[in-house]
Design a protein around this ligand. Structure first.
Ligand SMILES: [Mg+2]
Length: 175
C-alpha cells in the first residue's frame, strides 16, 4: 500500500513558500524551482503577486536559482500574474502530465536532479513532479489557511457578540 501511495508523497511538506530554506537547497545543488501559482503563491482570486512574493522571487534569483511558473490555469490568468515577476511562465500545463514541466526545465536548462517543484496539490503538482523524479515540496493551500483565519475571526466575533449581548441584556434589565 505504501508503495502505491509513494508516488504522491512530497519530498518535503511545509507551511508556505516562506518556510522553504532556499539557500540550503542551492547549497545541496538545486538550481531551478518551478512554482505552481494558485493557492501556492496567492489565492485563486488574487490577480497580481504581493510585494512579499516579488521580493521573495528576487531573493531566490539572487541566490542563483532559475524560476518558472508552471500552472494549469489559463493564459490570461498567468500572463497577468507574471507581469510584475517576468519569469518563464507556462499556462495550461496539464499537470500531472509531465510534458510542460519538462518544457520549463528545458527552457531553463535544468536537469531532473537539480529541479524542485513547489505546489499545493498532491494529484497534480506533487504527482507530476514525482513522475519526473524531481524534488517536490508541498505547501498548505493558501485558501485553507484563509479559511482557518476566517474561522478564528468568526469565533472571536462570536465571543465578542456574546459578551456584548450579555452586557446589553444586563443593562436592559436594569432599566
Ligand atoms: Mg495550486
Amino acid at each position: 500500500m505504501i508503495l502505491l501511495l509513494k508516488r504522491f508523497f512530497p519530498s518535503e511538506y511545509v507551511d508556505s513558500i516562506n518556510h522553504i530554506n532556499y539557500k540550503k537547497l542551492y547549497e545541496e545543488g538545486y538550481r531551478g524551482i518551478l512554482f505552481d501559482v494558485d493557492n501556492t503563491l496567492v489565492p485563486y482570486d488574487m490577480e497580481h503577486p504581493t510585494k512579499q512574493i516579488i521580493d521573495l522571487f528576487e531573493e531566490i534569483k539572487e541566490i542563483g536559482f532559475e524560476i518558472a511558473l508552471v500552472s494549469n490555469n489559463n493564459e490570461v490568468r498567468i500572463t497577468t500574474f507574471n507581469e510584475k515577476l517576468q519569469v518563464l511562465a507556462i499556462h495550461k500545463a496539464l499537470k500531472p502530465m509531465t510534458r510542460n514541466i519538462k518544457r520549463a526545465m528545458q527552457s531553463l536548462k535544468l536537469k531532473k536532479k537539480n529541479t524542485i517543484l513547489v505546489g499545493d496539490q498532491i494529484f497534480t503538482d506533487i504527482y507530476g513532479g514525482n513522475r519526473l523524479k524531481l524534488k517536490t515540496i508541498l505547501v498548505v493551500p493558501i485558501s485553507e489557511k484563509e479559511q482557518l483565519i476566517t474561522k478564528i475571526k468568526r469565533n472571536t466575533e462570536k465571543k465578542i457578540l456574546n459578551y456584548y449581548l450579555k452586557k446589553v441584556k444586563k443593562n436592559d434589565s436594569k432599566n
